[in-house]
Design a protein around this ligand. Structure first.
Ligand SMILES: [Mn+2]
Length: 424
């Protein structure tokens, strides 16, 4: 199903007066709003193809009904999100969960919904039913050369699928590691991963990027071979200028200072992209901004400062993607909430008075430095984010419109109550 333009117009009309009152107040209070709004309109967050169904835990999974049954239906769901917020203009595919069997048709469907294809994701952390060799003891770190070869060939295939769809990047996340002390020679495992990645890197088209995602633990619980940003940075530095580190917010040890990590990676020109989610205990994959919105703001604060320092385009020069799971929420509503939280964090970071902050830092004025940050963070920027949506032709209140039009009921009517999307 598709969101009709007149639904959006009707929805916005009812809310326009109240919205305009808030904007009039904010315009009188804030300088440079037009430039901020322009940046918000341009900013797009990719939706991963595996996030459109209900997520599960290892204890169970509770379906919501109307879940997409094919790649085409997943793309249609992202089309619904993008029509509602005009900030979800790309899809990130996972192979082999979402192999495009008819790329021309998939490409045509996506572009009819205003979508493009962001980074491709490979999978050597699971065994597929038709797979010859097992990844039980790792993929690119495996002692058996033929297992490593199988993992390399898979990644090269994923690049080919991506080329057919106009993607420009490959994200590699490896679960390689060990669950018990003594199981692995750390140094040899790292070397083998590096050599395997070098072969994948050699298969990249010249205008592609390779993102190396790290994760501290899980599914292995003693060591992960690409376990932190230092290990990813070592690999991306050794591979070459098309290789970058990818930061997933949930992939750190508790209380890691992620804003400092992104600041330094940006400084070195090695930050490639982001996977957004939120967490309280581990890699919980909760809705973005639901647990630690201040951390999200502080990360965006470093991103904006660092990107501006390097003259980078906020919307195009890093890959932005949501990587969350939805155990108890409607996945589409959850994704709308996540995108909203990202836009809020970004808008607040754009509001930071850089000159006053730099002055406070130069003069060791700790109080004023904090005041500058708090001034931006405590501002209610939701009307600004809504105004950006309005200017882009989207809904002032996407979740309200989603409910008014009973989108989930419609999806259940057409797809059934038992449909299950592929993915984790
Ligand atoms: Mn991730």
């Amino acid at each position: 199903m598709r969101i009709e333009k007149n639904w959006i117009d009707f929805h916005n009309e009812k809310r326009l007066k109240a919205h305009q009152r808030k904007m009039e107040f904010l315009s009188s209070e804030m300088e440079g709003l037009d430039s901020i709004l322009g940046k918000l309109v341009n900013f797009q967050v990719a939706i991963p193809s595996w996030a459109l169904g209900t997520g599960g835990t290892r204890f169970g999974r509770f379906g919501i009904g109307g879940e997409p049954r094919s790649l085409e239906e997943k793309i249609e769901d992202v089309g619904i999100l993008h029509a509602l917020n005009k900030s979800s203009g790309s899809v990130s595919l996972h192979i082999p969960w979402d192999i495009p069997s008819d790329p021309a048709n998939v490409l045509q469907l996506a572009s009819s919904l205003g979508l493009r294809f962001d980074a491709m994701n490979s999978n050597t952390f699971q065994d597929q039913p038709d797979q010859k060799l097992s990844y039980k003891f790792g993929s690119m770190q495996h002692r058996d050369k033929s297992v490593r070869r199988q993992a390399i060939v898979h990644n090269l295939e994923v690049i080919q699928y991506g080329i057919a769809l106009g993607s420009k990047a490959l994200t590699v996340w490896l679960s390689d590691g060990s669950s018990y002390p003594g199981q692995l020679n750390f140094r040899k495992a790292f070397q083998l991963v590096k050599e395997s990645l070098q072969e994948v890197y050699a298969g990249l088209p010249p205008d592609w990027k390779l993102f190396i995602e790290y994760k501290a633990f899980e599914p292995n619980f003693y060591s992960t071979t690409v376990g932190d940003w230092g290990q990813s940075y070592m690999l991306s530095s050794k591979l070459g200028k098309q290789a970058f580190t990818l930061v997933d917010l949930g992939h750190h040890l508790p209380n890691a200072n992620i804003e400092q990590i992104v600041a330094l990676l940006l400084m070195e020109g090695k930050l490639g992209g982001f996977h957004f989610n939120d967490s309280k205990y581990g890699d919980d994959d909760l809705t973005v901004g639901s647990i630690k919105p201040y951390q999200l703001f502080l990360i965006f604060n470093e991103l904006v400062e660092g990107m501006d320092d390097r003259g980078m385009d906020h919307a195009a020069d890093l890959a932005w993607m949501i990587d969350a799971s939805h155990n108890v929420k409607d996945p589409l509503e959850d994704l709308l909430e996540s995108v909203e939280a990202i836009m809020i964090g970004y808008a607040q970071a754009l509001l930071v008075d850089r000159i006053r902050l730099t002055n406070a830092q130069e003069n060791n004025d700790v109080v004023m430095a904090q005041e500058v940050l708090q001034q931006a963070y405590r501002s209610d920027v939701r009307p600004i984010v809504a105004e950006a949506r309005l200017r882009g032709g989207a809904a002032l209140d996407p979740i309200a419109l989603y409910r008014e039009r009973k989108i989930r009921d419609n999806l259940i009517n057409s797809r059934g109550t038992k449909s299950i999307a592929t993915g984790l």
